[in-house]
Write a protein that binds this ligand. Structure first.
Ligand SMILES: [Zn+2]
Length: 425
């Protein structure tokens, strides 16, 4: 009985702290509402009060040229010439892109001449060409508001589907898969695996959605095993952000799981493989084949030095990289190599492109993983982890992640577990 009380007490403490957090969230969103109400009556955009002008909004169409567009809006040719020559670095007039929105601000008088041209490079960046007085051009950035977001889910099908169902940005699921790429096999997620994420959404003028920031903190429970991930800049000089768990272990491994992004495994490492071509005799396959379109970049799975970059027999064009005294990797059937013998490569560097050179039935890279001079199955190897956060940096790290961890722990799952999930426990 006492034990139950203990649990109950602990639970209520937890609930109380989560409630406090929710209360904080509520005040935060209240602040945002107040700000919106105070929005000025004038329409201030791109640093101009649009109410002072006659405003034309349009998008660049096929065949549009900056010069003709401006001439049609009664801008004198010398002014156009000045912009296209003296402000080339600010606006390359030959590079305005079809489909990009623009604004032309005209004087309200009867002249109907363009005074300002505002080209929107993307949702955040824009370029202003001001034809008034001395002609000039400059770049600007729209004010971006970051809105904190939390999301969670229980996986019923695939991660991306579960995330999509909840209307979360596609990039968030991509990002989540990248963070856990070394620790979780996303091809074998279990029904009932759970995740929580904290990130921010970007908005322009409070209304235009401009994408999500990288994930700040995440929690993934795979097969009942929880893994936390916190984005942390361990080296501010190099501007490197890594994801660490609650004990400051790096979630990265020294090797990537695959040398190609968005590929499928077409043939696994298999010492007992039988092939029709050879009369169903055993032809061991000591590599892992990743199929992808010709020309797809092939990445080095770890840092190392290129020991071979050549063409030989059935291997076709290939690259071999020595990572340390224990491990080497080899990449076969390339269309072309991008590195040569002696080059130093970093994990993720492109070393060549998918092709069909040598003995191969279709475009793929045959990835061979050498351990102490023997070829082994990389999918079964327990690969070494990347360096944890250095000891002296840890106190600051723990202080940094503490509130984020608490926030994660307080997120409730959007979908309640079904009964068979509960009995599974
Ligand atoms: Zn192969």
């Amino acid at each position: 009985m006492q034990k139950i009380w203990g649990t109950f007490l602990l639970l209520s403490i937890l609930l109380a702290s989560c409630k406090d957090q929710n209360a904080n969230d509520a005040t935060a969103s209240a602040d945002i509402t107040v700000k919106e109400e105070k929005a000025p009556a004038t329409e201030e955009r791109f640093g101009f009060n649009l109410a002072d002008f006659k405003v034309v909004r349009d998008t660049i169409r096929r065949g549009d040229s900056f010069g003709e567009l401006m001439m049609a809006n009664k801008v004198d040719y010398p002014k156009i010439f000045k912009i296209s020559t003296e402000y080339k670095d600010t606006i390359d007039v030959r590079r305005i892109r079809v489909g990009r929105p623009y604004l032309i601000l005209k004087s309200k008088d009867s002249l109907d001449a363009a005074q300002v041209f505002i080209y929107q490079n993307d949702v955040i960046n824009y370029t202003v060409v001001d034809f008034r007085d001395s002609v000039r051009a400059y770049k600007g950035k729209r004010k971006v508001k970051f809105v904190p977001r939390e999301a969670s889910g229980i996986i019923t099908s695939s991660l991306s589907e579960t995330i999509m169902e909840q209307g979360i940005d596609y990039n968030v699921s991509n990002n989540l898969a990248d963070i856990y790429a070394w620790t979780i096999d996303f091809f074998h997620l279990q029904r009932g695996d759970k995740f929580k994420v904290i990130y921010k959404e970007k908005y322009i003028n409070d209304t235009i959605y401009a994408g999500a920031t990288p994930i700040e903190a995440a929690y993934f429970e795979h097969n009942g095993e929880p893994i936390y991930a916190f984005a942390y800049e361990s080296d501010s000089l190099k501007n490197v952000i890594d994801y660490y768990d609650e004990k400051a272990n790096n979630l990265r491994r020294t090797f990537l799981r695959a040398p190609v992004k968005f590929s499928r495994i077409s043939s696994k490492y298999n010492l007992k493989r039988r092939i029709a071509y050879y009369g169903y005799k055993v032809r061991p396959h000591k590599g892992t084949d990743f199929a992808a379109a010709i020309g797809t970049p092939i990445m080095a799975t770890a840092d190392g030095i290129v020991t071979e970059s050549t063409r030989r027999g059935g291997n076709g064009k290939y690259v071999k990289i020595r990572h340390n005294g224990t491990y080497s990797t080899q990449y076969l059937h390339m269309k072309a190599q991008k590195v040569k013998k002696g080059d130093f490569v970093r994990q993720g560097d492109v070393i060549g492109w998918i092709g069909m050179t040598g003995n191969t039935g279709g475009p793929h890279v045959c990835y061979r993983f050498w351990k102490n001079g023997r070829q082994v199955d990389p999918l079964r190897e327990k690969l070494p982890a990347a360096e944890p956060l250095p000891e002296p940096l840890r106190p600051a790290y723990y202080e940094f992640i503490n509130p984020k961890k608490m926030q994660l722990d307080c997120i409730e799952y959007d979908q309640f577990p079904t009964e068979d999930m509960i009995t599974m426990k």
